[in-house]
Design a protein around this ligand. Structure first.
Ligand SMILES: Nc1nc2c(c(=O)[nH]1)N[C@H]1C(S)=C(S)[C@@H](COP(=O)(O)O)O[C@H]1N2
Ligand SMILES: [Mo]
Length: 532
């Protein structure tokens, strides 16, 4: 065995010791999280922290590249970082103890910071990362000691080679002892860490699933259901439905794992600039009486022609009724709504108290309790405001405050503190890229102008002039409408453009604007090829 391969093998074994110690860190932390503080998993906390700190362009890149798998990609990247850092820690510990322990300690401090920044400073939330750090350090120190006993340190290895000539029996036995001790400890610690860690995470995920509770939840019948007028839905194949099925409803949030909230322990706190702090249970809220509302939700990140918009029937309670119980003080102009995962949105107080506007706390979506990804058990929905400034999911607090005093999640990240939804329309059919036969072809799409309402929609074929389209009978001014135009399509390529007018006589903005800082504008225009 040459010194070179011997050295390389020693470093590989040292890296292995580091990986075992890394596994022990995560395994011990997951077990502690399961036992004492479910939300204090270091790996998930660090992932959430990364989501919060990465710059917006990178976030957009991640969403564009990995799509709905962006969070899985993040976890995979994080796993790779853990593997690399652990291996380096193992090698450092072998070369110069206790420098590897310093790496473990740094990981411990960072993950503790991530955990407490997300779950709050409670004694129990410190336990998973701290116990993980201690266990990983002990294992790393012991493995490093055994490895040195077996292989010698690098310097020691040279000394050993020199001493080989007059080797005595004691130094002959030490390497064998070290070798056995190393593999025994590495095997036991590595295997049990993986088993305990995976089992803990699986049990945490399975038992914190609220699916069973949600399925069993019986909501009282609404006092008033939404009236859907005749003609509210046009019959055009391929056109988006008036109500977006829950399974097709877009999802946008910063949550790495979907919060699991048991309605029986859920509380809403209304505090801040109020006469009386109010605390409501789920039964209190539902007991106020549920009504059904049709409201179209829109994301500020929706590009012209995009799909980050959907319409649903929501069962809920007006926010103004809840705020009235607390009594907002004079001078307040904003409500900061907070999610259990720390996400916040800033909504003008007037948008929530206005009698003419149906801002609600929603508990059901399209006839069933809110799906977990859409905010179970309670979320806010405000007609006419982009989701990021109004539609807080997994709601837990309404803080009455001012725009001067408080900032919401997206405000320091390049988005406006106040953001009304912009009057928009889009073409759904013909679908871009699908073949169209010449003759009578329905051209159709959606238009929305919450909370003013869409007055009319116009279509323009090949820039020959704006023609009125037929619009569906609106359910209300807070929901989108469908529009259609019967086109006599001639062979060749054609441009179809659409624009909408709201009930205030306002025309949709033609000038293109990007999604940041407060929503895209521009007329949607698609290229269609008609076969001959
Ligand atoms: N807790 C929480 N609520 C949130 C968000 C979030 O990141 N966290 N994102 C908001 C944004 S940007 C939008 S557009 C809507 C999307 O709601 P949906 O996922 O149910 O469609 O939720 C809003 N509520
Ligand atoms: Mo959004």
């Amino acid at each position: 065995m040459t010194t070179h391969t011997g050295r390389r093998a020693s470093l590989a074994l040292a890296a292995l010791a580091g990986l075992v110690s890394g596994a022990v860190f995560l395994g011990a932390a997951e077990l502690l999280a399961l036992l004492v503080a479910r939300t204090a998993s270091p790996i998930l906390a660090v992932g959430g922290f990364v989501i919060d700190i990465v710059p917006q362009p990178f976030k957009e890149f991640a969403i564009a590249t990995f799509g709905a798998n962006d969070k899985i990609a993040l976890l995979a990247g994080l796993g790779l970082a853990v593997v690399i850092a652990s291996a380096i820690g193992g090698i450092l510990e072998y070369l110069r103890s206790p420098s590897g322990v310093v790496i473990v300690a740094i990981a411990g401090v960072l993950s503790t910071a991530a955990v407490v920044s997300r779950t709050g400073v409670t004694p129990l939330s410190f336990l998973p990362p701290v116990v993980g750090t201690v266990a990983a350090s002990v294992v790393l120190i012991l493995l490093g000691r055994r490895l040195r006993l077996w292989r010698g340190t690098l310097e020691g290895a040279h000394a050993d080679a020199d001493a080989d000539a007059d080797a005595d029996t004691a130094s002959d036995e030490a390497p064998a002892l070290g070798r056995r001790g190393f593999f025994r400890l590495a095997g036991v610690a590595g295997v049990s860490a993986v088993i305990v860690g995976v089992a803990s995470r699986v049990v945490t995920a399975a038992t914190s699933s609220v699916d069973a509770i949600r399925d069993a939840l019986k909501l009282p019948a609404p006092r008033r259901t939404l009236t859907v007028p005749a003609g509210a839905e046009l019959d055009v194949p391929g056109l988006s439905p008036l109500f977006t099925p829950n399974a097709d409803f877009y999802r946008v949030d910063t949550a790495l794992t979907v919060p699991a909230i048991d309605p029986s322990t859920w509380r809403l706190v209304v505090d801040g600039m109020v006469e009386r702090r109010v605390e409501l249970s789920f039964d209190d809220l539902v007991g106020m009486g549920l009504d059904e509302y049709g409201i179209t939700l829109t994301c500020v990140s929706n590009e012209v022609g995009g799909g980050l918009v959907g319409n649903a029937r929501w069962l809920g309670v007006p926010v103004r009724d809840i705020l009235r119980m607390a009594g907002p003080q004079a001078g307040a102009d904003m409500v900061l709504s907070r999610s259990v995962d720390g996400y916040t949105a800033s909504t003008p107080l007037s948008a929530l108290t206005d009698d003419g506007l149906d801002a609600i706390l929603a508990v059901a979506m399209n006839g069933e309790p809110l799906p977990a990804e859409h905010g179970f058990p309670v979320r806010m929905i405000v007609p006419g405001l982009y989701g990021y400034v109004s539609a807080t999911k997994w709601l837990t607090e309404l803080k009455v405050t001012t725009f001067a005093a408080d900032e919401a999640y997206w405000t320091p990240r390049g988005y406006s503190a106040e953001a009304p939804i912009k009057l928009s329309s889009r073409v759904d059919v013909p679908k871009v890229g699908s073949p169209v036969a010449p003759g009578r072809v329905p051209v159709a799409g959606m238009a929305w102008a919450q909370p003013t309402g869409v007055a009319r929609v116009e279509v323009n074929i090949d820039d020959t002039g704006w023609i009125p389209a037929t619009i569906s009978t609106p359910v209300n001014d807070e929901s989108w409408v469908q529009w259609m135009y019967e086109w006599d399509a001639a062979p060749g390529t054609h441009y179809i453009a659409v624009r909408a007018w709201n009930k205030n006589g306002q025309l949709q903005e033609q000038q293109r604007a990007p999604i940041a800082p407060n929503g895209s504008t521009g007329w949607h225009r698609v290229l269609v090829t008609v076969s001959s």
